[in-house]
Unconditional design. Structure first.
Length: 273
């Protein structure tokens, strides 16, 4: 048992070093096109501002939506931006490239590398610039919303961070599950559209859904948990039942996603066959 723990720690450290190497390499490539870098950040900020304006107009007519006031909703919207930015810095961009890898046969190279193919795929294209403007704006919205709460609870901040990690696990599991279909469909543009709108629907409080709608966006497409769970903790709407549900959904979706991924790999016939 002790040896297993040591081996696991070494593996995690090795993956961490590889991630750092990929991150440095991709950051150098992204900084070559500085105008594109600035435009990308500007567009992300613009669309985040549009989202905030939408909710500002909405809250000028109503006091609360699903029990959430304006500043609590800003924490919710900002949390989506933070999760999406972390996703692009870890795995999201790699899955966007999966269709091209399978179609051209480059995926063969990932299978022979001394690390899991899904981890290699994720780390190869980690991006700082993609969604950076959204991530920065999202963080500022979270901070602004938190400081404008009636009674901000500082103790909730570490718990908020932990549930952001859990939300990232749900997002990763969903991406892994959906993008596994590439081995059957090859072209993945439609799949990536599904993943994009998955995060867009996370901007709305879970409380606005009822009946079958709430069940669908919890157990089939779990977007209602991505931002609502961590944001509810920071916004003073702590619900232990929701926290445990989010952890359970993350665990189940990771197991399902990993299983579907492994089954899908059997479908891949490689470029040489």
């Amino acid at each position: 048992m002790k040896q297993w723990g040591i081996d696991m720690a070494k593996t995690i450290w090795w993956y961490f070093l590889l991630y750092g190497s990929f991150l440095r390499h991709n950051l150098k490539n992204e900084m070559v096109y500085r105008v594109n870098f600035i435009i990308s950040i500007g567009m992300d900020i613009f669309f985040m501002v549009v989202n905030v304006m939408f909710f500002a107009i909405l809250f000028s007519n109503v006091e609360k939506i699903g029990g959430w006031n304006f500043h609590q909703t800003l924490i919710l919207v900002g949390s989506v931006g933070v999760v999406r930015q972390i996703a692009y810095m870890t795995f999201r961009q790699g899955f966007l490239e999966l269709g091209d890898y399978v179609r051209t046969g480059e995926f063969d190279g990932l299978l022979v590398k001394p690390m899991a193919a899904n981890a290699n795929l994720a780390f190869r294209h980690v991006s700082v610039t993609d969604s950076l403007g959204e991530g920065i704006t999202g963080f500022l919205l979270v901070v602004y919303g938190f400081f404008n709460l009636t009674q901000p609870n500082w103790i909730s901040i570490p718990f908020y961070g932990l549930m952001l990690v859990n939300s990232l696990a749900i997002y990763y599991a969903f991406c892994l599950t959906i993008n596994s279909a590439v081995f059957w469909l090859v072209k993945s543009q439609e799949l990536n559209t599904v993943v994009y709108y998955f995060m867009d629907t996370a901007r709305y409080p879970r409380e606005i859904y009822h009946g079958l709608g709430k069940a669908f966006f919890t157990f089939i497409i779990p977007s209602s948990l991505i931002a609502t769970t961590p944001a509810s903790i920071l916004a003073g709407r702590m619900d232990w039942g929701l926290v445990f549900l989010s952890i359970l959904v993350a665990t189940v979706f990771l197991l399902i996603g990993s299983t579907i991924w492994k089954l899908s790999l059997r479908r891949y016939s490689s470029a040489s066959s």
